[in-house]
Design a protein around this ligand. Structure first.
Ligand SMILES: [Zn+2]
Length: 338
């Protein structure tokens, strides 16, 4: 599964609670666009029926002091296929060895990332005596993009539909039998893997000059006004009814994403949840769903993994689904009795 980067999780969470700066907005837009494009790449491989064990997605590799990020990579036959998604809009022209966008020359090379990834990958393969060639593909994932390529390119450039067909053909021609597939390439690359880029500072150093909207944010309409009953919260704006347990745990995760350098503490969370929060209930949720940290002489705190609810509680999705069903069922019964 492909995950949103920590920076994307941070900016999305932040955008619901404060006005983003122009830089943050631009970054959020670029990251969201990039992520949508990468999901398209994953979908293309799935549709081409390439077995998932032959694929590596979203890989950050370090070779000596060089670091590179790879969107997607798979191996068939004696070739590693390295693909980079470009979720671009508008008219792109490649001529006289440079790119223009909507008639204006681009100051940077849009192949920079894949050039670098190809170089580093080549070094790693050579150092580990893996006799594999690297085939690079730039995939334009937005169907509305206009592409005009006049000069020959160093990389193959395709639209997403053509890419899916291309991979489906490769699967037909080259798919090894499971017992014949040599997976050494995967182990070698994973040995060079490092954690993905993370922001250097969390929101705590912005607190002196920026404010966050406190409370539980509706996941459907992003409003903050709720009517509370024993097991559920009803959004006053869109009418969404959410199990109280999930709403609290989800909001604790939001805090965790924005303050990823800090442990979870009841006092700070009460501030984040605002006036409507029930301290006893919040404490119960912390005890039930988060790992207690014991540091002598310090206030009780809980481990912060700094990720959004969907990722952190993916393994408990059945549990939360079940309590939501119970809430829905109670709602329906009440409605009938009225
Ligand atoms: Zn709502």
């Amino acid at each position: 599964m492909r995950y949103k980067t920590c920076e994307l999780q941070y900016l999305e969470t932040l955008s619901r609670r404060t006005k983003l700066t122009a830089t943050e907005s631009a970054k959020l837009f670029a990251l969201e666009n990039g992520f949508k494009g990468e999901l398209q790449l994953d979908l293309a491989l799935q549709q081409a029926q390439l077995p998932p064990q032959l694929i590596l997605t979203d890989l950050t590799l370090q070779y000596h002091q060089q670091v590179t990020q790879l969107d997607q990579l798979f191996c068939l036959g004696n070739t590693i296929y390295l693909s980079d998604a470009k979720n671009y809009q508008g008219h792109y022209l490649f001529s006289e060895h440079s790119w223009s966008h909507n008639g204006k020359k681009l100051p940077h090379n849009i192949f920079g990332q894949i050039d670098r990834a190809q170089d580093i990958l080549g070094c790693i393969l050579q150092e580990n005596h893996l006799d594999l060639s690297v085939q690079t593909n730039i995939i334009f994932t937005n169907p509305a993009v206009q592409l005009e390529i006049v000069d020959p390119l160093a990389h193959s450039c395709q639209r997403i539909g053509a890419y899916r067909d291309y991979v489906a053909d490769l699967v037909q021609q080259k798919l090894p039998l499971p017992q014949q597939s040599d997976m050494r390439w995967k182990k070698v690359l994973q040995a060079y893997q490092i954690p993905p880029y993370h922001l250097q500072h969390d929101f705590s150093r912005e607190l002196s000059h920026r404010q966050l909207r406190p409370g539980i944010c509706c996941s459907r309409c992003q409003h903050f006004d709720w009517q509370e009953s024993f097991y559920s919260l009803t959004c006053q704006n869109c009418g969404t009814v959410e199990a109280k347990e999930e709403a609290y745990v989800r909001t604790i995760c939001d805090y965790g994403v924005l303050f990823f350098q800090h442990d979870l503490k009841l006092h700070d969370l009460m501030h984040f949840f605002g006036k409507q929060a029930k301290e006893n209930y919040l404490l119960r949720m912390l005890r039930k769903h988060f790992t207690h940290r014991t540091s002598p002489g310090k206030k009780r705190s809980y481990q912060n993994k700094g990720a959004i609810f969907q990722y952190l509680f993916a393994n408990q999705s059945q549990y939360f689904h079940h309590i939501q069903q119970r809430v829905n069922w109670t709602q329906r019964t009440q409605y009938k009795n009225e």
